[in-house]
Design a binder for this molecule. Structure first.
Ligand SMILES: *[C@@H]1O[C@H](CO)[C@@H](O)[C@H](O)[C@H]1NC(C)=O
Ligand SMILES: *[C@@H]1O[C@H](CO)[C@@H](O)[C@H](O)[C@H]1NC(C)=O
Length: 637
């Protein structure tokens, strides 16, 4: 006797009706009627394998050709467009074919997971015209940042010399100390883009909801979180934010006090929210040498690593070697001379551009790398992230189609983040000779944690704000005529950030980074998860290798380095080999012993900074927390 269980989802005017038809039949009499779904799925997946092999081969050929000619390999060239277009059409058709296969009928676990993952799509699942439209919308939203639309602030009033957000305004935001200039650009750039930005965003949300309807998702944000297989991932991300909140509030209070003293006491009260225009500056500043924030102990200088790199005549190649050796020391893949010769190439100057970021390529069985010619400490750290991605790509390249992916989007970035934190620790830098005779006294430690903390602790609430705004918009939880106010309410709640002047619904105020996080191919979610999960993985590996011993002052989390620890490498190798054959929680548990995202590792890492900020705020009589009563959507003229 065989049991066939057919589950049909019928979507009737937003009511989900589940009809479960069960028929027990003897296999001999019903073979004609009964579809062998397992065989059908296998056939589709086999065909898909053939397609993907060809797809990767074309991609590899193009990569190698463009390597020889020193060409870009970005989208935009006809060949790349053709490859991407064929891929999209194929995956769209495949998803349609697989989506009608009942998962319960598939006994083979791996095959079942392939059908589950490949059977649903995000914007790629839209029909051709809608998909094209969605891509145009995303492009138009990115162009909001590159269109020259605001008159230059530092020109005579009768001259309008138009500038774009990128790079000029962005640069002003990080460097200018003129409050009037900061607010001028903040307000005028937004006024220029408001109508188009809002229109495009509403169109985007509409199409995204359509894609979700194709997936049968009653809650459209399930499609935003498609590859997380979770009903309410935001709740978990929010939980991590609440874990960090006590520390963030101290940091927020500290920054507000500095900003009031640097600029003007009148720009905000000692218990008000920080104006967005200044918060943007703080966020962009974290990495800069001449930050508006002096370190906690200004007279104590952190070792100048760039200087040391210059002394030793560092090259980009040397950075690659150090980063790849980091993973080799853990027992992961060695990259052969063949790889470096054939598959890795330095970007030409015009490829590299101002914002030079290395790119990793995946065309199994091979992987490729285009790296940045720049040599500095930031590139040194970032290369550890790229190396981690290359390693992950190699380990999962053996997996069947659909499962040769990160455990969830952002999982690989989180592993990379963890390697970056380890490689940037004083202990590591000393091991590889980039700093010498470094004594980790509490003052230097505080300076270092402060510098890192400004970046991490402000990025996370900003990503949370963007994430919440996207999800609430997709879920239609914010009334369309209150979108802007909704945006400010979210800012007030999670970040203590408010508008620099009075805003209304003729405006649309999300910043440029918001638009960059809307493409489901590289969403805001990934950045957020890589920060949170990155610290969790770091802590997990540090505990597993005894490089972090809670309570032992000689083994604090913030100076843990798991370089050369093969047991950490073993964990990483095992988790990388899994790809997405298992739920990401299972993968996460292997390296962290935890199944939920949380902010505890961040709190442990920054524990000394938290204590210092509390003391300092108390000493300065600074109020901690903020009054958000000025944001009220019901107040309309
Ligand atoms: C989808 O199914 C149709 C009908 O069986 C078939 O012609 C087509 O090749 C399939 N496409 C993919 C990508 O599986
Ligand atoms: C570090 O210490 C060693 C031994 O005490 C000494 O020889 C060396 O010059 C010191 N290096 C620096 C950069 O201070």
């Amino acid at each position: 006797m065989k049991q066939a269980s057919l589950v049909l989802f019928v979507l009737l005017s937003s009511t989900l009706v589940v009809i479960q038809a069960q028929n027990s039949t003897s296999s001999s009499t019903s073979t004609k009627k009964k579809i062998d779904y397992e065989a059908r799925a296998q056939e589709l997946v086999d065909k898909a394998n053939v397609f993907m092999n060809e797809h990767y081969m074309k991609h590899r050929d193009l990569f190698l050709t463009s390597n020889r000619k020193f060409h870009h390999l970005n989208s935009g060239t006809p060949q790349i467009n053709e490859i991407q277009n064929n891929y999209r059409i194929f995956t769209n058709e495949l998803a349609y074919n697989l989506s009608i296969i009942p998962l319960a009928d598939i006994k083979n676990d791996i095959l079942q997971r392939q059908v589950k993952i490949l059977g649903k799509l995000q914007l790629n699942g839209l029909e051709h015209d809608d998909y094209d439209k969605s891509q145009q919308i995303l492009k138009a939203m990115l162009a909001l940042g590159t269109t020259k639309n605001v008159c230059h602030f530092r020109r005579p009033s009768d001259v309008c010399d138009r500038v774009a957000y990128m790079p000029l305004i962005h640069d002003v935001v990080s460097k200018s100390r003129v409050l009037e200039e900061l607010n001028y650009y903040w307000t005028n750039w937004r006024s220029e883009i408001a109508i188009e930005a809002r229109t495009r965003f509403v169109e985007f949300v509409y199409l995204f909801r359509k894609a979700a309807a194709y997936n049968g998702h009653v809650s459209p944000s399930k499609t935003w979180y498609l590859y997380y297989e979770e009903n309410d991932l935001f709740k978990e991300l929010e939980g991590a934010m609440w874990d960090i909140m006590p520390l963030y509030k101290e940091m927020h209070a500290f920054m507000r006090n500095v900003l009031r003293n640097k600029y003007d006491q009148n720009i905000m009260a000692d218990d008000s929210m920080i104006p967005h225009s200044l918060m943007e500056q703080v966020l962009q500043h974290a990495w800069r040498a001449k930050s508006i924030f002096s370190p906690p102990f200004p007279e104590r200088k952190l070792p100048d690593i760039k200087q040391k790199m210059d002394q030793e005549i560092f090259t980009a190649k040397k950075i690659n070697e150090l980063a790849s050796e980091f993973f080799e020391s853990l027992g992961l893949n060695n990259f052969s001379p063949h790889f470096w010769e054939k598959y890795a190439r330095k970007m030409s100057d015009d490829e590299a551009g101002e914002d030079c970021k290395a790119v990793v390529f995946y065309f199994p069985p091979d992987v490729g790398l285009r790296y940045c010619p720049k040599v500095d400490f930031k590139k040194f750290l970032q290369m550890h992230g790229h190396m981690s991605e290359l390693q992950y790509n190699l380990y999962k390249s053996h997996l069947p189609i659909g499962l040769d992916r990160d455990a969830c989007p952002g999982f690989g970035n989180a592993i990379g983040e963890s390697a970056i934190v380890s490689a940037g620790s004083p202990r590591h830098l000393e091991k590889i000779g980039l700093i010498e005779n470094y004594t980790l006294d509490s003052e230097l430690t505080m300076n270092r944690l402060f510098r890192l903390g400004v970046h991490t602790l402000i990025s996370i609430p900003m990503y949370i704000v963007n994430e919440k705004f996207i999800v609430d918009s997709i879920e239609a939880r914010i009334p369309p005529d209150e979108l802007n106010c909704g945006y400010w309410k979210i800012n007030a709640k999670y970040a203590g950030v408010g508008p620099p002047d009075k805003r209304d619904e003729t405006q649309f105020d999300p910043g440029y980074s918001f638009y960059k996080g809307l493409d489901p191919k590289k969403p805001n979610t990934v950045k957020l998860i890589s920060e949170i999960l990155g610290y969790q993985i770091y802590k997990g590996l540090c505990l597993a290798t005894n490089q972090y011993v809670p309570g032992d002052p000689t083994r604090p989390l913030h100076n843990c380095d798991y370089y050369q620890q093969e047991s950490a490498g073993k964990l990483l190798k095992d988790v990388m080999k899994l790809g997405s054959t298992k739920h990401w929680r299972d993968a996460m548990e292997m390296v962290t012993n935890e199944r939920k995202l949380n902010g505890k590792a961040i709190m442990e890492y920054y524990a000394p900074l938290y204590e210092w900020l509390k003391e300092e705020n108390k000493k300065n009589g600074v109020t901690v927390g903020w009054d958000d009563s000025s944001i009220d959507c019901t107040e309309k003229e």
